[in-house]
Ligand binder design. Structure first.
Ligand code: ADP
Ligand code: MG
Length: 346
């Protein structure tokens, strides 16, 4: 179909563009990327240059944290930024990961939405591979829920969930699968949700087989409960790259975020990975018997966690369901703004 052809073409252009932006063709890449100038229009090289940040222009300050695939610094580049420096294994053959990296950066740069972190650019000359985004103020939902033990009322949870659905709906409409939706990748800035790290999963896993903190299946702590049954069933040692991520697996992960917001803990809390894998793989869900919430709220959870991916709702559908939920407290005090109040914020 024409639409499919367009998308494909677009991707190719981005890749070529990104390869050309390497600078006067000095660096040649092996693998799927072609450096054949005649095949795609030249002006694309310009569009990618806009996003290529020379490493020397970045100022790096302190380390904010280290994640699965890199180290995040507070930095400066025309103002405050977050710089995610990827761990590049000096011994590995860069060509394939570099292609993937550029491909994912090319996707990343097409995102503009209130609830998504602002992508500013990337450093794309190995061994300096970095992603530069706006610096999120505030704290992650993970910090609020699991470290500070902040309580989210159902009303606040609904508002947060709506904003997540909006951001995710936008990503999906652009054909981007997040692949790593979790409370650690969702910031709350003065009541506004900001989602980070979308679409960068392959690159970051790839490069660098960075598995040190996970167990033998490469499962970092806190990751498992976001994985849909079809992902859990596909888990193999050191092969998380080839997992069958989809829009529906993002929706499953959203279900877990929704559960954390409402219950203040992870599903399957305290259970060893093998037990979680066994249950999820067989379609056993976290029980909601002790949960204080209305039927509607629990139904959303159960739908997102559907064993069969086709039965999970999409984000536009989730958004309209969330909008229809009755809001007890807000109904009683109409003067209360629809934004989050400060209590769950900094
Ligand atoms: P994870 O998401 O698993 O925590 P990351 O590598 O993505 O690992 O992040 C490492 C640390 O940097 C985390 O504490 C995260 O909250 C923080 N961080 C990541 N991106 C940003 C950002 N854009 N602004 C501020 N802090 C960030
Ligand atoms: Mg992150």
């Amino acid at each position: 179909s024409p639409a499919r052809a367009l998308v494909h073409q677009d991707t190719k252009e981005d890749l070529t563009a990104s390869i050309k932006s390497e600078g006067s063709g000095r660096v040649s890449l092996s693998g799927s990327g072609s450096t054949d100038d005649s095949r795609w229009p030249r002006q694309n090289s310009l569009s990618m240059k806009e996003w290529d940040i020379p490493y020397d222009e970045l100022k790096l300050f302190e380390v904010i944290g280290t994640g699965r695939f890199g180290t995040v610094y507070r930095g400066s580049w025309h103002g405050a930024v977050a710089v995610k420096l990827l761990h590049v294994n000096a011994l590995s053959d860069h060509s394939v990961p570099l292609d993937t990296f550029k491909h994912e950066v090319a996707t990343f740069r097409k995102t503009r939405h209130e609830n998504l972190v602002l992508f500013m650019g990337a450093c794309m000359k190995p061994p300096r591979l970095a992603i530069v985004t706006s610096l999120c103020k505030g704290m992650t939902l993970f910090t609020h829920i699991h470290l500070r033990k902040d309580k989210f009322t159902n009303n606040k949870s609904v508002i947060v969930a709506q904003q997540i659905s909006q951001g995710m709906g936008y990503l999906h409409a652009r054909g981007i699968i997040h692949k790593d939706l979790k409370t650690k990748n969702i910031f709350l800035e003065n009541g506004k949700v900001v989602i980070t790290d979308f679409g960068l999963f392959s690159v970051t896993k790839l490069c660098f087989g960075n598995n040190a903190r996970g167990d033998s299946l490469g499962i970092p702590p806190g990751w498992l409960c976001y994985l849909a049954p079809e992902l859990v069933r596909a888990l193999r040692p050191h092969a998380s790259l080839h997992l069958p991520f989809s829009k529906a697996t993002d929706v499953y992960a959203f279900g877990t975020v929704w559960y954390e917001l409402l219950c203040g803990e992870y599903p399957f809390k305290g259970q060893p990975p093998e037990a979680i894998i066994w249950q999820v793989g067989k379609g056993v869900k976290q029980s909601l018997a002790n949960m204080q919430a209305s039927r509607d709220i629990k139904d959303i959870l159960m739908l997102c966690w559907s064993y069969r991916s086709l039965e999970r709702p999409d984000f536009p559908h989730l958004l309209s369901t969330l909008e229809k939920l009755p809001r007890k407290r807000l109904a009683r005090s109409p003067s209360h703004p629809v934004h989050l109040s400060r209590s769950a914020d900094s």
